[in-house]
Ligand binder design. Structure first.
Ligand SMILES: [Mg+2]
Length: 149
């Protein structure tokens, strides 16, 4: 599989640091941040294929609100939610807002890797469709230069 870029958003520092280190070791270019606000800030500057977002984060904005913003900033990134028992309803709300899927905490690294790969696959397929649509459009109007946006 192609290499991809991941952002992990979780307020638990130990969990975050361990996960980021493990994913980088597996050749996934991973950055970790501790809040929804930080996630929004970094996503304005750097592109990510997959975002793993904890739902419960104290203070500031929670994972669902962050998801809403992230989807506005980078609509093509796929977001995976991490949820504790008792907040499955919130995860369902998140999926209605465009999250790719959710995983229950504590999460096994292997399970997370599988979901992240699936999310990347979906994102990749979507990107390819967009590229194909652009090419099709260029072929329809060979003289026209299309905006690379
Ligand atoms: Mg949390």
């Amino acid at each position: 599989m192609d290499q991809f870029r991941a952002l992990i958003v979780d307020d638990e520092a130990d969990f975050l640091d361990t996960l980021v280190a493990r994913l980088n070791k597996r050749n996934i270019d991973t950055v970790g941040v501790k809040s929804g606000e930080e996630a929004i800030e970094i996503m304005k500057k750097k592109l990510f294929d997959v975002v793993v977002m904890d739902i419960k984060m104290p203070g500031g904005i929670d994972g669902i609100e962050a998801l809403r913003e992230v989807k506005k900033i980078q609509p093509l990134s796929e977001v995976l939610l991490l949820t504790g028992h008792g907040s499955v309803e919130t995860s369902i709300e998140g999926m209605k807002l465009g999250a790719f899927d959710y995983l229950l905490k504590p999460v096994k690294l292997e399970d997370l890797l599988i979901k992240m790969a699936e999310a990347f696959e979906k994102k990749n397929t979507h990107d390819q469709k967009i590229r194909a649509a652009r090419i099709k459009e260029l072929m329809r109007f060979p003289g026209r230069v299309l905006d690379e946006k």
